[in-house]
Write a protein that binds this ligand. Structure first.
Ligand code: X8Z
Ligand code: ZN
Length: 605
């Protein structure tokens, strides 16, 4: 009680305006807190519609002018959110708060991803930097054979090139051209945002990010380590097997038999998903899966529209209403020829009602087919909770938001591909090809896990000061080695800034959400297949067309963030615990097979 009084008086000093001071002088009541939340919710809801439009334009048409507008609106948004966060803190311990008011106060206080201190000019400087970093990433180019190549083209080329000189050139040029110039800006961004976090009563920005999971930041960090422990054995076997196959293909001079894997050989710029090199690791002979989704799409003449319609079709088959006409009019599906954009895929809900959009630079390949399902998952989630109060218009936690579309895409089984006419019945892999199927999935799903964890392990360290600016690069490279067992194709030093070459660092998008989503999507999938009465091996299950699964999914989605996430999880899966068990169960036959393949090998790095 006393503590509350002290903070209330502190507010009086901090706020300008007689009304605030007058109000601050008497102890606030639960009714005051309700009124404050209602006001904050209304103001934020109104503002974010306009801010989202500005941000959309900036992200789909990067110029100095749209950068300036984006930074301006960002600044207004930061100042508004910081003001509400400070005020929310004053009401937090008021006696008699309702569940909803308490929950919304927590969101208001800790929900800012990039807080600024109230020092004059700080929010402006922070938003100038954040916009510049984001746009620098969008405009970034690497080279291939000495010629400039855009971000979306280089991503695709990393998936298809099997020439280690090419992949090395692309890897080095991308990391040097895009990441390096961001180093100073990023350091300053961290400084300012940390001051903001401290003003709001958090030790640093990382602690703030970890505060949004219905448990303490410390408990959350422990939970992520525990989850990683559950799935790490699977990763270790996959790493060992993949390294051996790469060594067999490229020879000792390119990929050593022991030690880490060279980062540019895994079919992905960040070595985060390895499915693109399935051809290199495919079981020899009979076990091979026998088809590649990208090839099927191309063979059937799919274009971006057919790909998106196919994604939509899956959600429709579950009983979700079709996407609105405006989705088709307003989305960015292709990379415009005549201007700079952010190609990194995202899903937008501009008006918190029905103005849903995706922003992609779609290519006809397997990665983008999966990503379309991923992005649409965001859109259907957004629409499912659109009647909730503004502060509940969010995922149960951010991992849920990232998991929905991936969970749906796990249903893209051979039989599903037959159902939609992409695969001929005669080419459905028989049961003896299960290992190929599982390995193809593991190369994307399992390979991702340590990367999903380490991006924020690095940022948590940076924000807490455990990683000092002079060690940014070293700490990053060490974590890539420690968790992923990979090594850059050339030596790196502190003039580099490799974290900046990954969208979410300059884009300031927290990343642990994707680690959680990797596990959650298998929990959702296991539950859906049980609901559907599926009896065969888990990985052959598709819940396409199953309205019952759709109905139960919608029941979880429409909750938004209104309840603690374990309750949302329980609504769909029956359990309150996030766990790696479902993922481990899915890959169990592969695990056995990998162990047999790796027998006699010295695994690890
Ligand atoms: O960023 C994304 C989505 C947009 S939310 C395309 N993902 C992560 C990444 O690309 O690094 C999806 C998987 C992980
Ligand atoms: Zn996403």
């Amino acid at each position: 009680m006393k503590k509350t009084m002290i903070s209330v008086l502190a507010l009086g000093a901090a706020l300008a305006g007689g009304a605030a001071i007058a109000q601050a002088q008497k102890a606030p009541t639960a009714a005051d807190a309700d009124a404050f939340v209602a006001r904050a919710e209304k103001e934020l809801a109104d503002f974010t519609v306009e801010a989202a439009r500005v941000s959309w334009i900036n992200n789909t048409y990067i110029t100095d002018d749209t950068d300036a507008l984006n930074a301006k609106y960002g600044t207004i948004g930061t100042e508004m959110s910081v003001k509400f966060a400070k005020e929310a803190a004053l009401y937090q311990n008021v006696p008699g708060l309702s569940f909803d008011t308490k929950r919304k106060l927590d969101f208001l206080r800790g929900g800012l991803v990039l807080p600024a201190p109230t020092t004059p000019g700080a929010a402006t400087e922070l938003n100038d930097i954040a916009t510049r970093l984001n746009s620098t990433y969008g405009k970034g180019k690497g080279t291939l054979h000495g010629k400039p190549i855009s971000g979306s083209d280089i991503e695709a080329a990393m998936g298809t090139s099997r020439d280690p000189n090419e992949t090395k050139e692309m890897w080095v040029s991308w990391h040097d051209n895009v990441g390096k110039p961001m180093r100073k800006d990023y350091q300053r961004e961290v400084e300012i945002a940390n001051q903001g976090a401290k003003e709001l009563g958090y030790p640093d920005v990382g602690a703030m990010w970890r505060s949004q999971y219905d448990m303490s930041p410390e408990e959350f960090a422990k939970l992520t380590d525990k989850l990683w422990g559950q799935v790490k054995p699977l990763y270790d076997e996959l790493h060992c097997y993949t390294r051996a196959r790469l060594n067999a293909k490229y020879g000792d001079a390119v990929q050593t038999k022991t030690g880490p894997i060279r980062a540019d050989l895994l079919g992905n710029m960040w070595a985060q998903e390895w499915g693109n090199i399935y051809d290199i690791v495919a079981p020899k002979g009979a076990g091979d899966l026998g088809y590649e989704v990208g090839d099927l799409l191309k063979a059937k003449g799919y274009d971006w529209k057919k790909m998106v319609q196919t994604g939509e079709g899956f959600y429709s088959s579950l009983g979700f209403a079709p996407l609105p006409e405006t989705f088709w009019q307003r989305s960015q599906f292709l990379k415009p020829a005549d201007r700079e954009v952010i190609c990194h895929a995202s899903a937008w809900d501009i008006d918190n009602k029905d103005d849903l959009r995706i922003k992609m630079c779609i290519k006809v390949n397997s990665d983008d087919f999966t990503t379309i399902h991923h992005e649409l998952g965001h859109n259907y989630y957004q629409r499912a909770y659109n009647t909730k109060p503004f502060l509940y218009e969010n995922g149960a936690n951010d991992g849920f938001h990232e998991a929905i579309g991936d969970f749906v895409a796990l249903s893209i089984t051979p039989n599903y591909l037959v159902q939609i006419g992409l695969l001929d019945q005669a080419r459905v892999p028989s049961a003896d090809k299960d290992i190929g199927l599982l390995l193809r999935q593991a190369m994307d799903k399992v390979a991702f896990l340590p990367f999903g964890l380490l991006v924020d392990k690095w940022r948590w360290g940076v924000f807490s000061g455990q990683i000092q600016p002079g060690d940014y690069e070293k700490a990053w490279t060490n974590m890539r080695l420690q968790y992923q067992g990979i090594t850059p194709p050339v030596a790196r030093d502190e003039t580099a800034f490799d974290p900046g070459a990954k969208y979410h660092v300059p884009g300031n998008v927290p990343y642990t959400r994707y680690f959680l989503a990797r596990l959650l999507q298998f929990q959702f999938y296991q539950a859906a297949c049980k609901q559907a009465g599926w009896k065969g091996p888990l990985h052959r299950c598709s819940f396409y067309n199953n309205k019952e699964v759709g109905k139960r999914l919608n029941a979880m989605l429409e909750m938004g963030a209104s309840r603690p996430w374990p309750e949302a999880l329980q609504t769909f899966t029956g359990t309150k615990e996030i766990s790696g068990d479902a993922m481990v169960a899915y890959f169990q036959p592969l695990m056995t097979w990998l162990k047999a393949q790796n027998k006699g090998q010295k695994c690890g790095w």
